[in-house]
Design a protein around this ligand. Structure first.
Ligand code: 4AD
Ligand code: MG
Length: 459
C-alpha cells in the first residue's frame, strides 16, 4: 500500500506492506530503531518501528541512512507518539537500494534552493519539491477539468512550426543540417534542410488553435512552448508550459470573464485538494499565501485600461528604476506596484498601444490601441496575455505588412479571414508562472522539474 493510503484508510491491526526511501533513522537505547519513510505519495512520512530482534537488524538496518530504499512489512498500529495517527511495527524490512551516506548529497539539514537546482534529479525527494510536483499535477488536472467541463476540445498544437506567432523573433531553430560543416564556412541552404524551409520550436500554439476554433468553436492547447529570449530572470524559462484557449464568436470582455473563472477554478482546486502540501508553502515559503489565494477566490479581478495603469504608475510618489510613459511596456516593478500596492489583487489591463503588441490583435476604433488584455498578479506580475483577434482581412493584412511579415508565409492564417471569418478571442496562461504564484516560490526554475534557461541544459 502506498503511504498516503495508509494514512487515509488506516487499516489498523492489519499487516501492511509498503515501499519508500529513508528520510531518517533514530536508534533507541532500548535496542530498537525508528525509521521515517517517505514514498512521494504525500508529504508525510510513515514512522516504522524496527525491533532489534529482526534478523538483519545489526547487519543491515543499523546502517540505513537517508536515501536508502526499503520494503517494509508489518502491523499498522495507532501511533502513541504525537504528529502521526498511525505507524508500522515492522516484522521485516528489506533493503532494496543503499545510498552511501558519505556521498548522498541530500542530508537531513535544509538545503538552499540554489544548491538543490544543481541536483534537479534528486530534489524531488525533498519535502518542498515533492509538494511542488503534486501541486503542479493537481493544477494540470484542474486545467483539463475546467476546459472539458466547459465544452472545449483539447488540441495538440504542433511543436515544430514555420511561423513566428509573437513576431518577436525569439525562436529556436530546428534543423537536420550539419551545423559543424556550416560553421566551417558553409552557408545555410534551407531548401536542403529537412522541411525545405526554416523551421522553429513553437513560441505559442495560438495560430493553429485559431484554425480549430474557427471550426470547433472552443478549443484549448496545453503544452510546452519555447523562447530563445536571453532574459535571465526569476520568471523566464526557455522552455515553459502554456495553456491557450481559443473561442469563436467571443469578444474581449467574454475572454476576460473566461480567464477569471478559469484562474479561480484552478486555484480553488489546489486549495481544496492539496491542503497538506499548501500548508508547507504557507509555513516555510510565504506566510501570506493562504490569505492572498483565498481572497482571490472571492474578489472580482480589477479591470483597468493600460492608459489608466500608466497614469497610476507615473503619478505615484513611489520611485521606479525605469519610469514609464504612454507607449512603453510595463516593467515588472510597475506590475507589482499595481497588484501589491494599489489594488492588492489580480489586475486585468486592457487596451495596449498597437505598437507594442503582435500583429494578430484586433485594432480598436481609436486606431491606436488593440483589444489586448494581460492578467497581472501580486509578486509574479504578468501570468496571462490574451486578446480579441483581428478578424477583418484587410486590417490584418495591413498590420502584417507593417510588421514586415511575408503574407505568403501566412496564407492559411489569412484564409481563416477569407472563409467565414468571425470575432474570436483567446489567451495564453504561463502555467509555470501560475505554479509560482500559487506556491509562493520566488524563482520559476524551482517550479518546473528540469528548467531550461540560458546556459543551463544539465539533466
Ligand atoms: O503574453 P504571451 O507572449 O502571449 C502569447 O504567447 C499569446 N500567443 C497567447 C494567446 O493569446 N494565445 O505569453 C503568454 C504567457 C505570459 O503571460 C507568461 O505568463 C508566459 O506565457 N510566458 C512565459 N513563461 C515563462 N517563461 C517565459 N519565457 C515566458 N514567456 C511568456
Ligand atoms: Mg505577454
Amino acid at each position: 500500500m502506498r503511504i498516503s493510503e495508509l494514512f487515509q484508510k488506516k487499516p489498523v491491526g492489519t499487516t501492511v506492506r509498503t515501499h519508500g526511501w529513508i528520510r531518517t533513522r533514530r536508534d533507541s537505547k532500548g535496542g530498537f530503531s525508528f525509521l521515517e519513510v517517505n514514498d512521494g505519495s504525500c508529504l508525510k512520512n510513515i514512522q516504522v518501528l524496527v525491533d532489534g530482534n529482526l534478523e538483519n537488524y545489526t547487519s543491515e538496518l543499523l546502517k540505513l541512512s537517508p536515501g536508502c530504499s526499503v520494503e517494509v512489512t508489518g502491523a499498522l498500529i495507532e501511533s502513541p507518539g504525537k504528529g502521526q495517527a498511525v505507524e508500522i511495527q515492522a516484522s521485516g524490512v528489506r533493503v532494496l537500494g543503499w545510498a552511501d551516506p558519505d556521498e548522498y548529497p541530500l542530508q537531513k539539514k535544509r538545503h538552499s534552493f540554489e544548491f538543490l537546482r544543481t541536483l534537479a534529479h534528486l530534489r524531488p525527494r525533498t519535502n518542498t519539491f515533492g509538494a511542488i510536483s503534486r501541486i503542479r499535477n493537481t493544477m494540470a488536472d484542474a486545467v483539463h477539468r475546467f476546459f472539458q467541463d466547459n465544452g472545449f476540445v483539447y488540441l495538440h498544437a504542433p511543436i515544430i512550426t514555420g511561423s513566428d506567432c509573437e513576431g518577436a523573433g525569439e525562436m529556436f531553430h530546428v534543423t537536420a543540417l550539419d551545423l559543424d560543416s556550416m560553421c566551417r564556412g558553409g552557408s545555410v541552404t534551407f531548401s536542403e534542410d529537412f522541411f525545405r524551409k526554416p523551421a522553429h520550436l513553437t513560441v505559442s500554439g495560438q495560430l493553429e488553435a485559431e484554425a480549430y476554433a474557427m471550426a470547433l468553436g472552443r478549443v484549448y492547447t496545453f503544452g510546452p512552448t519555447f523562447r530563445a529570449e536571453d532574459s535571465n530572470t526569476s520568471r523566464h524559462l526557455a522552455e515553459f508550459w502554456m495553456v491557450e484557449p481559443e473561442m469563436a464568436f467571443c469578444d474581449l470582455d467574454e475572454d476576460i470573464d473566461l480567464v477569471e473563472a478559469f484562474l479561480k477554478f484552478v486555484i480553488g482546486n489546489v486549495l481544496e485538494r492539496c491542503p497538506e502540501d499548501m500548508d508547507l508553502f504557507h509555513r516555510f515559503v510565504d506566510t501570506t499565501i493562504s490569505r492572498v489565494l483565498e481572497d482571490l477566490l472571492t474578489q472580482r479581478f480589477e479591470r483597468i485600461s493600460y492608459t489608466e495603469a500608466v497614469n497610476l504608475v507615473s503619478r505615484s510618489k513611489k520611485t521606479f528604476d525605469v519610469p514609464i510613459q504612454w507607449g512603453d511596456d510595463l516593467q515588472s516593478e510597475h506590475e507589482r506596484f499595481l497588484t501589491e500596492d494599489v489594488f492588492k489583487r489580480p489586475v486585468v489591463l486592457t487596451g495596449y498601444p498597437k505598437a507594442i503588441r503582435p500583429f494578430y490583435m484586433r485594432v480598436n476604433d481609436d486606431g491606436n490601441t488593440v483589444a489586448a488584455m494581460d492578467v497581472l498578479v501580486p509578486r509574479v506580475g504578468e501570468i496571462v496575455g490574451g486578446s480579441q483577434r483581428e478578424e477583418r482581412y484587410e486590417v490584418l493584412a495591413a498590420r502584417m505588412k507593417e510588421a514586415g511579415m511575408n503574407l505568403d508565409d501566412y496564407w492559411w492564417y489569412l484564409d481563416l479571414r477569407k472563409y467565414g471569418t468571425a470575432p474570436h478571442s483567446g489567451f495564453g496562461l504561463g502555467f509555470d508562472r501560475l505554479v509560482q504564484f500559487v506556491t509562493g516560490m520566488s524563482n520559476i526554475r524551482d517550479v518546473i522539474p528540469f528548467p531550461r534557461t540560458p546556459g543551463n541544459l544539465e539533466f
